[in-house]
Design a protein around this ligand. Structure first.
Ligand SMILES: C[S@@+](CC[C@H](N)C(=O)[O-])C[C@H]1O[C@@H](n2cnc3c(N)ncnc32)[C@H](O)[C@@H]1O
Length: 198
């Protein structure tokens, strides 16, 4: 059964706010082009852990550029290993890449900074940059190395939904890189990924 809040005048309502889906919290697969926008601009040496992999939408793109991709999710989504709670994990990986659940983004940042040894990349709302609480707990202490702002809007659909319409929320890739000590670089992703990797 579709969530009735996704229909507005008979059409799909873009997810300005992401609501919990019916099978578990916040399952919104990332369109492939949005992951290519990361892998075209950031190299990942060593293994890559997609720690909230859902149905593998992001993992499948990461597997094209990295030889060792490990995929897991707290829930059974039909891809990777299920039943792995990232927030309770202890194992370290070279790189961690994901689009985290909306309501646990801060906790994912804190955990990812502990468990990643090279790079840690999260797809987050651009507005994640705002807020006094995050300024104190994340950005003053552990600012990202690079923020890649999308010039095209990402539309998130629940898995299996008909894809039409356009998103209303700005997103960015937030990358913490242990090899970089230059503060935070603000970068813009070139337009065209959506058409190139449709
Ligand atoms: C927004 S979806 C993104 C799925 C996938 N990363 C992608 O980009 O296509 C967030 C995913 O986080 C998973 N999740 C929620 N809480 C989690 C946790 N504590 N540990 C691991 N995965 C979790 C959900 O089951 C869901 O699949």
């Amino acid at each position: 059964m579709a969530d009735p809040t996704y229909n507005l005048n008979g059409g799909f309502k873009p997810t300005a706010k992401r609501f919990a889906d019916l099978e578990g919290p916040d399952f919104f697969p990332t369109p492939a082009w949005a992951t290519y926008a990361l892998t075209d601009n950031e190299e990942f040496s060593g293994d890559v852990w997609e720690c909230a992999c859902g149905n593998g939408a992001m993992s499948k793109v990461l597997e094209k550029t990295s030889k060792s991709v490990i995929s897991s999710d707290l829930y059974h989504r039909g891809y990777g290993q299920s039943g792995i709670d990232f927030l309770k994990s202890e194992k370290k990986f070279d790189n961690i890449v994901t689009n985290p659940p909306y309501n646990s983004a801060e906790a994912f940042v804190k955990k990812g900074l502990i468990l990643s040894q090279k790079k840690f990349a999260l797809l987050l709302r651009l507005a994640f940059l705002e807020g006094a609480n995050r300024a104190n707990t994340i950005f003053h202490k552990t600012p990202p190395s690079r923020v890649w702002v999308f010039s095209e809007r990402i539309t998130f659909y629940p898995a299996g939904a008909v894809q039409k319409g356009s998103g209303t929320t700005a997103y960015a890739w937030f990358v913490w890189d242990r090899d970089s000590s230059r503060g935070t670089e603000l970068k813009w992703l070139r337009p065209g990924y959506k058409a190139q990797y449709r």
